[in-house]
Ligand binder design. Structure first.
Ligand code: GAL
Length: 427
């Protein structure tokens, strides 16, 4: 494929010179009359198990589209913590990649409102995609009746991952389930007494992730969802109680958390240095990459108090306004939508396919639990991963949570969260 691309490039050297001078591009990535065959895909799946997931998708893309060359525009940092800023400045300076990763829900709405992504409803119609994805998911990809992106997966956020050997050493039954946060906290105390890290966590965004699951556990699905539509009062006593539980949980975490990303925190559980980690089910891919066996080396269960609820998020891919290679973008979206692409990608990524025609019989045992839960449980939206609130609201929540990480002050945390809601809830 490289050879084909090279000879094509040489053959068109004169033309592309013209195209470059006409478009002002320097990297051969700009289009106009001389559209390049390169397709830059912007994600934050830059390393480790996340990159393996992306690689699996790219392999399908390459076999389905031999005329296009995938260019990896990934920027490292879990949950897009750095990528989103880089992307924002590229979009502002009219330098979009051919496609970029965006979360279904409120985060996508941000890009729609800024006029940065194209509507795809005609493409959905033409390709029959409306029948491929669950209706509830399509609703989170649209605004005013127009659909704006193609979902690649469905992740569950409210999952605890645990190392069975560490639990046994602490005198805990690895098959035990915890009906409430209080019961779980009693188990964390035992791990602490045994000299291991009870609960591993990493930098700011993973703390927001933990907090959202605690709010969900303590408030319940309906009141948790009400936090995002204004029907639950952020200043309420039930929120205070949840924040106190969050404070207790943070008291069991590793002190070096600020210097870690999610991979490191999950690795502490994989390596037997920590007992538990609350993480989305991209962690499943990290256990798989480390060749750990589900239900033997590790267990996974819903965050105590959230059984029966699927805290949801989905990644999706967009057609940026002014894409340097519209045909290439379309080819990438074709692969993302396809059953073949979704099977390869999700199997490696720990998530489950959004495409209802994808075959999942050979997915691993953890993923089977997620498939079951997605089909039967109540669905709520993740805030740490763009489904529940806008990027700007999440930024303010993250600042309040980061501050709490250093001052441990629940009152100030709640005031910060109330102020963030007042600023953003209606916008
Ligand atoms: C989420 C994303 C997942 C995974 C995770 C950790 O925001 O939706 O696919 O990449 O971040 O980086």
């Amino acid at each position: 494929m490289r050879a084909t691309h090279k000879s094509l490039a040489m053959g068109l050297a004169a033309l592309s010179l013209l195209a470059v001078s006409a478009c002002g591009g320097e990297d051969g990535g700009t289009g106009g009359g001389g559209e390049t065959q390169e397709v830059e895909v912007f994600t934050w799946w830059a390393e480790g198990s996340e990159k393996e997931g992306l690689d699996a998708l790219v392999e399908v893309f390459t076999s389905q589209n031999p005329d296009f060359e995938f260019v990896n525009g990934a920027v490292a940092g879990g949950a897009g913590s750095d990528a989103k800023n880089v992307l924002a400045s590229r979009l502002q300076t009219n330098d979009p990649p051919a496609t970029f990763q965006a979360h279904a829900g409120a985060e996508l709405t941000d890009y729609i409102e800024a006029g940065q992504i194209e509507g795809l409803s005609a493409m959905y119609e033409e390709k029959g995609w409306n029948e491929l994805f669950p209706e509830g998911l399509l609703e989170r990809l649209e605004q005013d009746g127009e659909i704006y992106s193609v979902p690649s997966n469905i992740h569950r956020a409210n999952v605890v991952w645990a190392n069975t050997a560490v639990l046994e050493e602490a005198g805990l039954d690895p098959k035990a389930s915890y009906a409430s946060l209080d019961e779980w906290i009693a188990a964390l105390e035992k791990v602490e007494a045994a000299g291991k890290i009870p609960l591993s966590v990493a930098t700011d965004w993973t703390q927001v992730h933990l907090l959202e699951t605690v709010l969900l556990a303590d408030l319940g699905a309906e009141a948790y969802s009400g936090l995002w539509d204004g029907s639950t009062d952020w200043a309420g006593e039930d929120v205070t109680a949840a924040l106190e539980d969050y404070q207790t949980l943070m008291g069991f975490t590793n002190t070096d958390r600020q210097s870690l990303d999610w991979q490191d925190a999950t690795q502490l559980v994989i390596d037997g240095e920590a007992a538990f980690n609350v993480m989305g089910d991209w962690a499943e891919a990290a256990f798989a990459t480390s060749e750990k066996t589900y239900d033997t080396d590790y267990v996974a269960f819903p965050v105590p108090g959230t059984d029966g609820v699927f805290d949801f998020l989905a990644d999706s891919f967009t057609m940026p306004v002014g894409s340097p290679n519209g045909e290439g973008t379309e080819a990438w979206l074709d692969t993302v939508a396809s059953a073949e692409g979704q099977e390869a990608f999700n199997k490696a990524k720990g998530s489950i396919p959004a495409n209802i025609e994808a075959e999942t019989a050979d997915f691993g045992p953890y993923q089977q639990t997620a498939i079951e839960s997605w089909a039967n449980d109540e669905i709520v939206s993740s805030v740490a991963h763009g489904a529940a609130a806008s990027v700007s609201w999440l930024t303010d929540i993250t600042s309040a949570v980061a501050k709490f990480g250093s001052n441990d002050d629940v009152t100030e945390l709640q005031e910060g969260l109330v102020a963030a809601a007042e600023k953003h809830a209606s916008s």
